[in-house]
Design a protein around this ligand. Structure first.
Ligand SMILES: N[C@@H](CCC(=O)N[C@@H](CS)C(=O)NCC(=O)O)C(=O)O
Length: 193
C-alpha cells in the first residue's frame, strides 16, 4: 500500500497526489501537523519536510524523487516524455516558483515587504517564462508532470496571495481553469488548515 505524508495545502504534496490519481494508484493520505513534528518523524525523515511517500516500507522524501519513483514503478500512463529532460526542467521551474511563493508568504507575515517582493519577483519571472513556452508550443504533449507541477504551483499561489497573478498572466489563468474539472486536479484542490 502507498502511504503519503502530506499537508492539504502543500503544492509539492499536490503534485504527487495528482500523479497518483492520474496513474490510478490507490493511496492513503496521512496529514502531518508541521507545527508538531516529533523526534520520531525526524528520525525517519531528517529533512523533515512533507511530502514523504512510504512505498513497500521505504520512506521516500521530496516530491520530485517521489514522482520519478512512481514513474519507474508504475509507467502507465506516462507522466514524462521518453526523454525526461524537458519535463524535469519545467517541473523544477514550477517547484522553485512554489517554494518562492512560500518564502513570500512567510516574509509578508513577519512584515518583511522587501523579502516578499524579491520572492514574488522570482515567481513572476517563472510564470512569464511558462506562459511564453506554452504560447510557442514548447510544452510536453498530453497531461504530465509539467502540468501537475504548474497546476499545483498556480493553485497554491492563488490560495496564499489571491487573484493578482491572473491579471498579469491571463493565458496561464485560462489554461489553469480549463483543467479544473480534470478528476486528478479537482480531487486535490488545496485547503488551508
Ligand atoms: N523539495 C521539496 C519541498 C517540500 C517542502 O518545502 N515542503 C514544505 C511544505 S509545502 C515543508 O514540509 N515545510 C516544512 C519545513 O520546511 O520544515 C519537495 O519537492 O518535496
Amino acid at each position: 500500500v502507498i502511504r503519503l505524508y502530506v499537508t492539504l495545502r502543500s503544492p509539492f504534496a499536490r503534485k504527487v497526489r495528482i500523479v497518483l490519481h492520474e496513474k490510478g494508484l490507490a493511496h492513503e493520505l496521512l496529514p502531518v501537523d508541521l507545527g508538531a513534528r516529533d523526534a520520531e518523524w525526524f528520525a525517519d525523515n531528517p529533512i523533515g519536510k512533507i511530502p514523504v511517500m512510504d512505498l513497500d516500507g521505504v520512506r521516500i522524501p521530496d516530491s520530485t524523487v517521489i514522482c520519478e519513483t512512481l514513474e519507474d514503478r508504475f509507467p502507465t500512463p506516462p507522466m514524462y516524455e521518453p526523454d525526461r529532460l524537458r519535463c524535469r526542467i519545467l517541473e523544477e521551474l514550477c517547484d522553485a516558483a512554489a517554494e518562492q511563493t512560500v518564502v513570500a508568504f512567510f516574509a509578508r507575515q513577519r512584515g518583511d515587504a522587501a523579502g516578499a517582493e524579491r520572492a514574488m519577483a522570482t515567481v513572476d519571472r517563472v510564470l512569464t517564462h511558462l506562459a511564453a513556452r506554452r504560447a510557442s508550443g514548447d510544452w510536453p504533449p498530453g497531461f504530465g508532470i509539467a502540468d501537475a507541477a504548474a497546476i499545483a504551483t498556480l493553485g497554491y499561489l492563488e490560495l496564499r496571495h489571491g487573484w493578482g497573478w491572473r491579471d498579469r498572466h491571463p493565458a496561464l489563468a485560462a489554461w489553469h481553469d480549463s483543467l479544473a474539472e480534470r478528476p486528478s486536479v479537482a480531487a486535490t484542490v488545496p485547503v488551508l488548515g
